[in-house]
Design a protein around this ligand. Structure first.
Ligand SMILES: *Cc1c(COP(=O)(O)O)cnc(C)c1O
Length: 387
């Protein structure tokens, strides 16, 4: 079965009791047992729920994974991946991971005696140099948020295998439609399903995908033991989103490409970060390991922080909001929004300055989106002139 078909059908047989074509929302906390120990595979809803099972199977099929596990949030999924580790273990992490990922590593798991080294994972040599005898995991985001930097997945797989280190990719930005890290040999994929997978800005969720039996058993144990599981309605909403993932991603990418090209030529813009542009320093790698370039881009606005703020206050269709990956276009200021939890010095060292603006390009009509950005940038250009 091909991607779009799997997104609509896997895990979602018509309901055996009624024939309902859509998997029901099994809004129940417990399941009746025929006699002690004899049940239909479900005992208690933290451990398992049929709506969640359908979503887990569908997501697994989209990432070409043997197993899928779903969570109440993306960070709930991240937390459960960290439960694979023990005190004294060491993790090598890309330095520009999602702010909340940085925060759970630096502010939570460090206190439990897990060590982290944050490196620039655009060059696998940095990862290799950071490895120690107690390194158990390499954690990458590719493309990263908000600078759209790439880590070479195949190079990291080689390194991870040679050193017997678990490799993890947060695949939220690309979605399985545009990138399948497990196919390239990665051990574990993590998602915030809140973003492209849900796709309609109406649900928060997370997922872990793997094909390794040993890791799955361990992760499944912790999914139940720690308990950050999604409710049936949230699972259902993500599953409903998945059905249109392929058509949405194509539109996100088409709009993002057109906007990236327009902004790159615009007088008020200093620089555009989008892996689909030939000017992106890793454009060739993007073409090699991704199946498309996605709907996220960031820009440096000329003239500094005030101009960046003027720009994001002046757009009308692009709404000022956290998050990304929904059908509606969003605009954000990483320094004070998504990445505010990173200390200013570290943040600026990572290239996330006050003049950086991030766009989550939605699937509205491209003419309206272009007009909105042109109008907003007029305000900025005036600001530049009046300085
Ligand atoms: C949003 C996000 C997360 C965290 O997911 P939540 O659903 O907000 O908990 C993790 N990684 C990336 C890349 C994200 O964008």
């Amino acid at each position: 079965m091909k991607f779009s078909t799997k997104a609509i059908h896997v895990g979602q047989e018509p309901d055996p009791t009624t024939g309902a074509i859509i998997t029901p929302i099994y809004q129940t906390s417990t399941y009746v047992q025929e006699e002690l120990g004899k049940h239909k595979g479900y005992e208690y809803a933290r451990t398992g729920n049929p709506t969640r099972t359908a979503l887990e199977q569908c997501l697994a099929s989209l990432e070409n994974a043997k197993y899928g596990l779903c969570f109440s949030t993306g960070l709930g999924a991240t937390n459960t991946v960290m439960n694979l580790l023990s005190q004294g273990d060491h993790v090598v992490v890309g330095e520009d991971v999602y702010g909340g990922t940085y925060r759970i590593f630096d502010k939570v798991y460090k206190r439990y005696g897990i060590e982290f080294t944050f490196i620039d994972s655009t060059d696998v040599k940095n990862t290799e140099k950071a490895l120690r005898p107690n390194t158990k995991m390499i954690w990458m985001e590719t493309p990263t948020n908000p600078l759209l930097r790439l880590a070479d997945i195949e190079e990291h797989v080689k390194l991870g295998r040679a050193k017997k280190v678990i490799t993890v990719v947060d695949n939220t930005f690309a979605s399985p439609y545009f990138q399948r890290p497990l196919d390239l040999g990665i051990d574990v994929v993590v998602h915030s399903t809140t973003k492209y997978l849900g796709g309609h800005s109406d649900v928060v969720g997370g997922a872990i995908l793997t094909s390794r039996d040993d890791l799955y058993e361990n992760l499944k144990f912790h999914q139940n033991a720690v308990g950050a599981t999604p409710g049936p309605f949230d699972s259902w909403l993500v599953m409903r989103g998945l059905k249109t993932l392929a058509v949405r991603m194509k539109e996100h990418q088409k709009n993002a490409m057109t906007i990236a090209e327009m902004l790159e030529k615009h007088d008020a813009i200093e620089r555009v970060y989008y892996p689909g542009l030939p000017s992106h320093p890793q454009h060739e790698l993007a073409k090699k390991q991704m199946l498309g370039f996605g709907g996220m881009l960031s820009v440096i606005v000329k003239g500094g922080a005030q101009n960046a703020k003027n720009f994001l206050h002046a757009t009308k269709l692009f709404s000022l909001a956290e998050s990304l990956g929904g059908v509606e276009s969003l605009i954000g200021h990483p320094a004070t929004m998504t990445h505010a939890s990173i200390p200013q010095k570290d943040r600026e060292a990572r290239g996330i300055g006050d003049d950086l603006v991030r766009l989550s390009v939605g699937i509205e009509d491209i003419d309206d989106l272009l007009a909105d950005l042109h109008n907003a940038l007029k305000v900025v250009s005036l600001g530049v002139l009046s300085k």
